[in-house]
Design a protein around this ligand. Structure first.
Ligand code: FO1
Length: 318
């Protein structure tokens, strides 16, 4: 049942996109705005690839590749096969349909069209109703410091299968990046009902959004409740390097470590049932529910739990 409540979600990666889909199914058309991470973006073969935007767009369009978690479903790989035949780089897989997305984005960016406009036009073309907004139209690129030195994000995440421990993170361009005006407007909307920090990797999906000057402050200034969903279940990530990264950085793969990263923003934190006993030590209002999203029904139910929690927080004075 659709209910009229304006919600802004912060999302990156596969877990974030899953909850974004659940929120899209629960909320009325036009009530969901998703701020997408751009820290994973990079140039490959001269193409501007925006993985977290594309994962969101494909997921919301029902075009996501369920096995891979990225790229399109029903994909063909003629381009990659031919590229390899020609001795091109094979480490980053570009499906034939997915390739059109990167070519289109690159073509239009080269004409001076901002990433946010290209993204809006792609969403319109694919019938995606929620607004998908890059955190910024400027370049913010995640880099990771390994024992051997600094690497661009995709060289580590895909090229090295996220195996070498990360000792430090940097977000190149963050200091001069400007938050998208539409992002600041959405967060400042007096009708905003809730801000949801999706169960994305706090270090490489959410931090690159919050590090854009003015963005963290805009979330903190929201009158609407800010609720984050734990990306960990029993100290482990559902998928991806969240737990390993928190351990390698010395923070520890605990819900407490995740809450600490968001503490200045949070009005509530959604735990998985497996971590319910950690609630008292977190010193923030919590609920415990099933956060594992295997089916569409799981995505919808978690979205409903998060929104009901935000409703309760919003209704509680003080
Ligand atoms: N992840 C991989 O592990 N291997 C790949 O070959 C790969 C290709 C790829 C192509 C387009 C795209 O949008 C995402 C792709 N990803 C791939 C995922 C990408 O590394 C993202 O940054 C992760 O999803 C983390 O958000």
């Amino acid at each position: 049942m659709a209910t009229r409540r304006k919600v802004v979600a912060l999302s990156g990666g596969i877990g974030g996109a899953k909850l974004a889909l659940g929120l899209a199914r629960v909320l009325a058309p036009g009530d969901l705005t998703i701020i997408a991470n751009v820290g994973d973006d990079f140039e490959h073969l001269g193409l501007h690839v925006s993985p977290d935007i594309d994962t969101l767009v494909y997921t919301l369009a029902g075009l996501a590749n369920p096995e891979l978690g990225w790229g399109r479903t029903g994909e063909t790989w003629t381009f990659m096969a031919t590229l390899e035949q020609l001795g091109g780089p094979a480490w980053f897989r570009l499906g034939d349909g997915d390739l059109a997305m990167h070519v289109m984005r690159t073509h239009r960016r080269a004409q001076g069209v901002p990433l946010s406009t290209v993204t809006a036009d792609i969403c319109a073309a694919l019938g995606v109703v929620p607004r998908v907004l890059p955190a910024t139209d400027d370049s913010v690129r995640t880099r990771v410091r390994l024992d051997e030195g600094w690497l661009d994000f995709q060289d580590w995440f895909v090229g090295r299968r996220a195996a070498p421990p990360v000792r430090e993170l940097a977000f190149d361009g963050a200091a001069t990046a400007r938050p998208l005006p539409a992002v600041l407007d959405a967060l400042a909307d007096p009708e905003l009902h809730a801000v949801v920090v999706c169960p994305s990797n706090p270090l490489i999906s959410i931090e690159p959004i919050l590090c854009v000057p003015g963005l963290r402050e805009a979330v903190r200034a929201c009158t609407a409740p800010v609720v984050a969903v734990s990306p960990l279940i029993g100290g482990r990530a559902v998928k991806g390097p969240t737990a390993a990264m928190l351990n390698d950085l010395g923070a520890g793969a605990t819900v407490g470590a995740v809450v600490e990263r968001y503490r200045d923003l949070l009005d509530g934190f959604v735990l998985d049932e497996a971590d319910a006993e950690a609630a008292p030590a977190l010193a923030v209002p919590t609920i415990a529910t099933k956060t594992l999203m295997l089916t569409l029904a799981d995505r919808i139910r978690l979205a409903e739990d998060v929104l009901a929690f935000a409703d309760r927080i919003g209704a509680t004075p003080g």
